[in-house]
Write a protein of this length. Sequence first.
Length: 324
Amino acid sequence: MIGHNKYLDLIGYLKENGFANRECIAKLCELDVAQAEQLTTNLLKLGAPFLLMNGSLALDEANIQEPLLLESILKNIDEEIDAELHLLLHTPSTNHYIKELALSGASIVALSECQTAGVGRSGKHWVSPFGSNIYFSLRRKIKTPLHHISPLSLIVGLAVIETLNQFGLNELKLKWPNDIYFDDRKLSGVLIEVVKHNKEFVDVIVGIGINLKLNLTDASGIDQKWIDIYSIKPDDRISRNEIISTLINTLDSFINRFEHVGFNDFRKAWQKVDYLFGKEVYTKGMRENSSGIAMGVAPWGELLIQSGADLIKISSGEVSVRLS
């Protein structure tokens, strides 16, 4: 399979010339003819925006979306942010890809046009069609001991909401610990993974998926109510690359703040967007289940549930929460 730069070269060629036969593809992508034919097959299987017409490749004008563009992302990232960016054509998951890299600088960001084995919370499959959404992973060391890291998922959720607010996406809510909802439907999800840690820092991966423009065929594999950005703002051509730049900036700011002041400084912001507050909820844990009224979050980010006379704290990673 070709790299992301060759994919952009192929799109550019097709926009200018209309069609590319196997020989053209082979020359453009520095392959032999047999490899070019296999590449065409693989791109179509991935769902890339191409059509096969009379044996030649053409752009699928009805389905092509804005591709990931390194220069467009970099030009809008704050100058003080030290981030190494990786743009991928496809990967099993951006979290898995970034885990295999050496963290030499301050942070690494991985982005992909699609994921072939995207994973959400609790190991659930994350539907990841080609070019339709944002598949984003950030890896960095956070200056805090491991036992203080659990509120990070809540803070990342707040960073996603702050990012999307800047594009006119308002009335978003956070379903504990970090799912972003609009009109009772899921728009975005977060997955936090700890790579390693010591007494001074935790090396973490922050995986974020944001639905940008899903079609019904691709979304048929989603097992809950969902929504995408284009459904919320159908008349606005919101740039995927601009969202990514803003997300990188916001995450950097929020994580730096978390390192200095902890989660309690974010609690008021959380309360304003708390999707569960006042609702009757049911929690399913590894050892026991419980139900009650959601009462916000504790200073360390635990979900508070009023169950009869008891106020129960539920820690991130121990339970899944469902509306009763």
